[in-house]
Design a protein around this ligand. Structure first.
Ligand code: FE
Ligand code: CA
Length: 550
């Protein structure tokens, strides 16, 4: 609804052209061609997101020659975000949506948005600025890659402006270019809006980490739950999304949460998806309910498109057909190399009908050599990339639990790596054969805090090649009864689990040790809940083992 008179705001509409000029193709640098002494930049799929480096004085702050557009209110209701930092540039994001829960409420024209990069909250010094088009075809979302002058390699701030409106201020930073002695970052996943409030995000913002690694389930696709005592704490409001409008409204609902916005405003995020960004336990082009198979490819494209529109990712939007590559890598100086996987899009369907918690031996299909969680291409890419960054630590950031939780031949959850044993064997064998040092696997999906040892070979016996940290969930309800805690801990390669609390993991990394602090939300039903340190596990450089420090 438009407000009357002076409340209506006139801003400039514009053509598709990026008025800041340069449009570069980011080139993918195969890890194998990088000289040993160089610090490789982030290797990502090619992107055509406009990249700009412009001194403030050369760019008009606004354009005035284009047709006016009226906005019905403040368009910056979804906050701002930054992501995919490398050592020279970062992606800034926002979406214009004065009526966020009902299609956005924007006119059908494209709109020009001014972005500004500063060094503090006052923007007394603007180190770069430009104008970017918010395209109506992409829900007036904005993705701009900015390259600040190298002089500003500490804290960066950014904001957007349209007409009289100015967005919230985000804080961000580039990845260090050379040696790095410290990285503090979060791994987190699974924020079902209906299951809890986001006290965990408020705590993430207060921690001021260097970055957040998001491992999936940013939205949940379920319909509107009943709210009340013993039921959902808040409602999705709308039915299960099946098309682009539905997914856009669902993202807008999640992003309207101010604690989630605060966590985005605090630091850059590196984001991959899991299943609920589309549908529970889907596999490639196979939906959970096979009766819906014919419509699923279009539904998945709608979900992928809305994901791109709402995330600060250094990627082009998905095209009308085919696969959409989001797996990519990043690094934090010479300290941490990161491979970010997509274990949903290329996987074989879950074996044995995807039954859960059956104690019968897994059906023979489970052990087929050609079953894959990563797809062949991504598997080869992982082998080429993990360990290629010349960093002390090598992270495999992915979705589903990799540690062995099989029980006398029974697979308790066919959706995780246990259901794809041949693929897992190849990955762990590669880590052993290639002697990839100091591998940390970060996982989400299963809504529990867990620490596991990954072995090339039999559980409890094979060579330890990595440590796995499972981050529990920001808000999504636990899936396993805390009453079986001791049973889960009794698996040979499980070091510890915590099943009752929601939260996230705060990692503090130095050249000599990796410290994973599990932070837990005391009451997920309380938006003001305290969030406290629960336990901390440390990996010493050179050993695929953990020790508890309380
Ligand atoms: Fe989840
Ligand atoms: Ca999941």
């Amino acid at each position: 609804m438009f407000l009357a008179g002076s409340a209506a705001v006139v801003v400039a509409a514009c053509s598709d052209d990026d008025t800041t000029g340069s449009t570069d193709l980011k080139t993918t640098t195969p890890a194998t061609t990088i000289p040993e002494t160089a610090i490789p930049e982030t290797t990502i799929p090619e992107s055509t997101i406009p990249e700009t480096t412009v001194p403030a004085t050369t760019i008009p702050a606004t354009t005035t020659s284009l047709a006016p557009i009226e906005l019905s209110g403040d368009p910056f209701t979804l906050g701002v975000a930054s992501g995919d930092p490398d050592s020279t540039s970062i992606v800034l994001w926002t979406r214009l949506a004065p009526d966020p829960l009902d299609g956005g409420g924007m006119p059908s024209d494209d709109v020009e948005v001014t972005w500004e990069l500063g060094t503090d909250e006052t923007f007394a010094e603007i180190v770069a600025t430009g104008v970017i088009t918010a395209e109506a075809a992409h829900a007036h979302s904005v993705h701009v890659i900015v390259t600040p002058p190298r002089a500003t390699d500490g804290l960066l701030t950014y904001r957007f402006r349209v007409g009289q409106y100015t967005s919230a201020v985000g804080r961000t930073k580039l990845a260090p270019a050379g040696s790095a002695s410290l990285a503090r970052f979060v791994s987190a996943s699974c924020q079902n809006y209906q299951d809890g409030f986001y006290a965990a995000h408020r705590d993430i913002a207060e921690q001021q980490p260097d970055f957040v690694l998001w491992l999936g389930d940013y939205i949940y696709e379920g319909g509107a739950a009943t709210v009340g005592e013993g039921a959902a704490v808040r409602s999705h409001l709308t039915p299960e999304p099946m098309d682009l409008d539905g997914y856009r409204n669902r993202y807008a609902l999640y992003k309207s949460d101010l604690d989630l916005q605060a966590a985005h405003h605090a630091c850059p995020w590196l984001i991959v998806w899991d299943d609920h960004e589309v549908e529970n336990n889907y596999a490639a082009e196979i939906p959970q309910d096979t009766a819906e198979a014919s419509a699923f490819v279009a539904r998945r494209l709608a979900a992928y498109t809305a994901w791109w529109e709402h995330q600060p990712v250094r990627l082009d939007p998905p095209q009308a057909s085919g696969e959409y590559r989001i797996y990519r890598d990043a690094q934090w100086g010479d300290l941490v190399g990161i491979t970010l996987l997509d274990t949903r899009q290329y996987r074989t369907d879950q074996a044995c009908g995807d039954i859960t918690l059956s104690l019968d031996p897994a059906c023979p299909e489970t052990f087929d050599d050609d079953r894959t969680l990563t797809g062949d291409e991504q598997e080869q890419w992982l082998f080429d990339t993990v360990g290629s960054h010349g960093t002390t630590w090598n992270v495999i950031a992915q979705q589903v639990v990799m540690s062995n939780l099989t029980l006398n031949g029974a697979v308790l959850n066919f959706d995780q790596w246990d259901g794809y044993p041949a693929n897992r064997d190849r990955v762990l064998r590669h880590l052993a054969d290639a002697e990839v040092p100091n591998v940390i696997v970060l996982s989400g999906d299963i809504h529990l805090a867990g620490i596991g040892i990954l072995r090339d070979g039999e559980p409890g016996i094979g060579q330890a090649v990595a440590v796995e940290f499972v981050d529990t969930s920001i808000s999504s309800s636990g899936l396993i009864d805390p009453a079986v805690t001791e049973l889960v801990k009794s698996f040979p390669d499980i070091v510890d689990v915590e099943l009752a609390y929601r939260g996230y993991t705060l990692h503090t990394v130095t050249p000599t040790d990796w410290s994973a602090e599990y932070r837990i939300v005391e009451a997920v039903t309380d938006p003001e809940s305290r969030v406290t340190a629960y336990k901390t596990y440390v990996v010493d450089e050179g050993a695929a083992a953990v020790r508890s420090v309380g």
